[in-house]
Design a protein around this ligand. Structure first.
Ligand code: NAI
Length: 269
């Protein structure tokens, strides 16, 4: 089947889709014409609410909701299996599920369990998802036609890293390590799959007001001094990150792979 390039025609999979940037990404996919979405999260009730929200935007939207802890191999395998069982393919995959360290503390105070937990979701989890998605995409035909005239694609993956992969703060060592790891994995696999019609990019959000950040603020993190150092002088919105993610999945980005796109109001400069 050859898809037309006017609306985004494929099946989208998003992890961490019940909240924040993941939910906003699902909304933008639907606004861009995607009608088949695999939504995964540990929070199933949140997915059900998200699904209703998407169907309000477009009643033709079909969702496959999967309760999935992305740090658990079997659950990640099951997520892709369920999505393919319902929709037959996965074309756009956004590996977004992530957590921060429980408390922002310096390394000498950090417990090994906390390091393992953050690594498990933010790095191992993204790798497990990417591997499962690549295994599926490699089975698919290159059927996504591009309006740019580039060869048809099998799919596109976007991994959510963080500005903390490239800037420093004394208390986010464990988190930064995972997010820098995501950049390395993205670049390497972008090269490895470049001739297979699969593009892989990462997005580095800066400071975005989401439930994750609000929870961190409740635990005492004071972001305001940091926000004042951002050249654009404000919080990012989940929808602003989502626009970048969906662009990188779309056929408009057909020559873009292996990139790390900051959505940060110029904080990295
Ligand atoms: P959020 O907390 O609003 O959403 C994260 C979602 O992931 C939640 O629905 C949560 O239930 C889900 N989740 C957590 N652990 C999971 C697991 N093991 N398996 C499946 N789902 C799981 O957070 P937000 O801010 O939307 O974060 C999304 C991504 O963006 C994360 O990877 C985060 O590190 C990254 N990010 C966020 C920034 C921000 O300022 N909000 C800045 C830089 C990166």
């Amino acid at each position: 089947m050859a898809f037309r390039s006017q609306a985004m025609p494929g099946v989208a999979l998003i992890t961490g889709a019940a909240s924040g940037i993941g939910l906003a990404t699902a909304v933008v996919f639907v606004e861009e014409g995607v009608t088949r979405l695999v939504l995964a999260d540990i929070n199933y009730d949140g997915l059900a609410t998200a699904s209703r929200q998407l169907q309000e935007i477009n009643p033709k939207v079909e969702t496959c909701l999967v309760k999935c802890d992305t740090s658990v191999e079997e659950e990640v395998e099951n997520m892709v299996t369920e999505g393919v069982k319902k929709f037959g393919a996965i074309h756009y995959a956004v590996n977004n599920a992530g957590i921060t360290s429980r408390i922002r503390i310096k390394t000498h105070l950090l417990q090994t369990e906390e390091w393992d937990k953050v690594q498990g979701v933010n790095l191992r989890g993204v790798w497990l998802c990417q591997r499962a998605e690549l295994r599926q995409m490699m089975k698919q035909e290159a059927e996504l036609s591009t309006r740019t005239g580039a060869p048809p694609e099998r799919g596109a993956i976007v991994n959510i890293s963080s500005l903390f992969a490239i800037i420093t703060h004394p208390t986010v060592g464990a988190y930064s390590a995972t997010k820098a790891g995501v950049l390395g994995m993205t670049r390497t696999d972008a090269v490895a799959y470049a001739t297979d019609g699969i593009r892989i990019n990462s997005v580095l959000p800066g400071f975005v007001k989401t439930p994750m950040v609000e929870e961190s603020m409740r635990r005492g993190a004071d972001y305001e001094p940091i926000i004042n150092t951002i050249p654009i002088k404000r919080w990012g919105k989940p929808s602003e990150v989502a626009q970048a993610i969906v662009f990188l999945c779309s056929d408009r980005a057909s020559m873009i792979t292996g990139e790390a796109l900051c959505v940060s109001g110029a904080k990295e400069f």
